[in-house]
Design a protein around this ligand. Structure first.
Ligand SMILES: Nc1ncnc2c1ncn2[C@@H]1O[C@H](COP(=O)(O)OP(=O)(O)OP(=O)(O)O)[C@@H](O)[C@H]1O
Ligand SMILES: Nc1nc2c(ncn2[C@@H]2O[C@H](COP(=O)(O)O)[C@@H](O)[C@H]2O)c(=O)[nH]1
Length: 217
């Protein structure tokens, strides 16, 4: 049976640059983890593709998924549902591959309850003014929705204390390399690698009584 994959969760307020940083990281290559595509009831923005950016579904479909236990986590965020389909995450981890989630804080805390051995990273803006400028600059929301998202961001940033790591997204390449360093180090944490060594030691021919030089003693 392959060693179970590691779950990596990236959160942070809307507009901080989670998607931008994640895309830059995947474009660079060498990312041997799989991105879990979220499900949402939000309408697609110009250029967004169903099955690539999100699974865009109706409210009824989303609620059916909740009721039938199909979601690892979900949250209502500024009038829409967002959530992580369970099946892809479980199957990918079971196949020994690492999975990358990009989700808001309430969903991340649900995942933490269910999968405490995940790696929880909070992406933070240099300051709230920069966050607002990024949301305005993206040009995908009305000013009213941007104000709601900034309001939500204040609560979300307070939740940073519940994460394992905080990464500031000042410059995209710096944020990417900080996240890569975290993932590299997390893969080497003793609780993750210990089972492999335990297995090696159990099967070792060097165990007392098994080694060649002990034969005949
Ligand atoms: N380090 C950065 N400096 C300046 N602008 C940035 C930086 N990172 C991202 N941006 C810009 O900020 C805007 C928001 O980025 P992005 O859409 O990636 O945020 P997000 O956190 O994924 O948002 P959401 O949670 O709403 O999906 C984009 O226009 C992006 O180009
Ligand atoms: N709890 C979850 N939050 C998610 C998921 N996918 C995305 N998100 C977050 O929602 C907000 C708004 O996203 P937007 O695309 O409308 O700008 C943002 O914070 C996303 O990170 C998910 O599966 N679960």
């Amino acid at each position: 049976m392959p060693k179970r994959g590691m779950l990596i969760v990236l959160s942070g307020p809307s507009g901080v640059g989670k998607g931008t940083v994640r895309k830059a990281m995947f474009d660079q290559g060498g990312t041997d983890f799989q991105y879990s595509i979220s499900m949402t009831t939000r309408h697609p923005r110009a250029g967004e593709v169903n099955g690539k950016d999100y699974f865009f579904v109706s409210k009824a479909t989303f609620e059916h998924n909740i009721e039938t236990g199909g979601m690892l986590e979900y949250a209502q965020y500024v009038d829409n549902y967002y959530g992580t389909p369970m099946k892809y995450v479980q199957e990918t981890l079971a196949a020994g591959k690492d999975v990358f989630l990009e989700i808001e804080v309430n969903g991340a805390m649900q995942v933490r309850e269910k999968m405490p051995d995940g790696v929880f990273i909070f992406l933070t803006p240099p300051d709230l003014m920069a966050l607002k400028q990024r949301l305005i600059g993206r040009g995908t929301e009305t000013m009213a929705v941007i104000d709601e998202r900034i309001h939500q961001a204040v609560t979300e940033i307070k939740m940073m204390r519940n994460y394992d790591y905080a990464v500031v997204n000042d410059k995209i390449p710096l944020a990417v390399s900080r996240i890569r360093e975290i993932i590299r180090a997390e893969r080497l944490r003793v609780p993750r690698v210990y089972p492999e060594y335990a297995q090696m030691l159990e099967s070792s021919e060097l165990q007392p009584g098994n080694s060649e030089d002990k034969k005949g003693l």
